[in-house]
Design a protein around this ligand. Structure first.
Ligand code: FNR
Length: 378
């Protein structure tokens, strides 16, 4: 554990411990993966100003996201099939986030259900919604998230049609995963993962199976999933979802200034500047390069969050400097989970916290909330 110093170290360990088809699922981007790579690489183009002889005692990373107190402005992003990186993955990650004082977002496409996660947490988590064709099912999901006292609904806008990831196709990854001989052998050589999986009953999409009409088992799930994404989704849909939900609403998947201005009109509480971790439109801008223009365009009319490519506490601070009030990590916590279960998620958050704290000090700042554009060298 003492040799794990970076998110990349957690990734290396996860690659050894998680079956290839599930590790690749987390690690892949759409088509050429150019946007996935740009998300990470573009952070390196941004440089801090180094300041000296400033009192840097009593530093604080504490902030708020949509009015909720956070120990640092880094939430766990919604990620599908998290429970395949490690048995009960969503429950473990939610607990780690809760103990750390940061928000956890449960995906519609999770393995553990809303109720599973609620049963092991005492503070509210956030729920991510895909608007699917089956509107009764969508209503049902919103009502279940309300009943579980989720404190925000994260509505994902950038998946009306599914992007294509070559690695998933080559690995035979579908919902449910196809168990080819190659995949079975690959799982068998990861005894730690297999033992944990054998010890849980949560191995299917528990938000969906038994809840959506006609989806009673894994076989019916495959055809249901493939036809559920709704190409007709429009800004009008945001209005009825907002009304039905009635609580804090975050719109995820905005990468363009015009869309950000439309989002302001909906009255949502926040937007997430995001390209789905480079998993949807390959060739789109990195999130960090899109952030500043969007943040400037919306001003303080809506809170701006961002995700995509954050691999260190320095990346978080750069996003804050460019106008984000909060950030999310997807793969970094998945690598932690795959490597070491709950402890690995905590480790990923600790790594990021340490990097944020040291960087803040060397930039001559005491409060994370003081990081702004003037802290960057242009
Ligand atoms: C995702 N993402 C995602 N987003 C969403 O709204 N609902 C989902 O179910 C998923 N599923 C999902 C699975 C996996 C394996 C990944 C890696 C990502 C996107 C996610 O919320 C977030 O936007 C990105 O992960 C952020 O980029 P990084 O931090 O992974 O680089």
């Amino acid at each position: 554990m003492s040799q794990i110093l970076t998110i990349a170290d957690l990734k290396d360990l996860a690659r050894r411990r998680v079956p290839k088809m599930f590790f690749d699922y987390a690690d892949s981007g759409a088509w050429t993966e150019s946007t996935y790579r740009a998300n990470e690489e573009d952070f390196q183009k941004i440089k801090f100003r180094q300041r000296v002889l400033v009192d840097m005692d009593n530093r604080s990373l504490a902030s708020t996201m949509i009015g909720e107190k956070v120990s640092m402005p880094v939430a766990l992003a919604p990620t599908g099939m998290t429970g395949m990186q490690h048995a009960d993955g969503e429950m473990l990650a939610a607990q780690a986030a809760q103990e750390f004082g940061v928000p956890f977002t449960l995906s519609t496409m999770s393995i553990c259900s809303i109720e599973d996660v609620a049963s092991v947490t005492t503070k509210p988590f956030w729920f991510q919604l895909y608007v699917l064709r089956d509107k009764d099912f969508v209503f049902n999901l919103i009502d279940r998230a309300k009943a579980a006292k989720c404190s925000a609904l994260v509505l994902t806008l950038d998946l009306q049609i599914l992007g294509q990831r070559h690695k998933d196709i080559r690995n035979g990854l579908s919902a449910p995963p196809r168990l080819t001989l190659k995949n079975i052998v690959d799982m068998a050589i990861r005894p730690r993962w297999c033992a944990a999986m054998a010890g849980t009953k949560r191995r299917t999409f528990r938000n969906i199976v038994g809840h959506a009409k006609g989806v009673g088992d894994l076989a019916s799930l495959a055809s249901w999933t493939s036809e559920q994404f709704d190409p007709h989704l429009s800004w009008n849909d945001v209005a009825w979802i907002k009304e039905r939900w009635g609580g804090k609403l975050i719109l995820k998947g905005i990468l363009d200034k015009e869309d950000a201005l439309m989002a302001v009109k909906t009255g949502a509480d926040a937007i997430i500047v995001s390209n789905h971790g480079g998993r949807q439109l390959d060739g789109a801008s990195s999130s960090i390069m899109a952030l500043e223009e969007i943040a400037d365009a919306v001003g303080d009319r809506i809170e701006v969050h961002m995700d995509g490519g954050i691999r260190s506490g320095q990346d978080v601070l750069k996003a804050l400097c460019l106008g984000a009030k909060g950030t999310y990590i997807g793969r970094p916590f998945l690598y932690g989970l795959g490597a070491l279960g709950k402890e690995g998620v905590t480790k990923a958050l600790e790594i990021i916290r340490k990097e944020m704290d040291i960087t803040l000090a060397l930039c001559g700042k005491r409060l994370v909330t003081d990081m702004g554009k003037d802290q960057l060298r242009r």
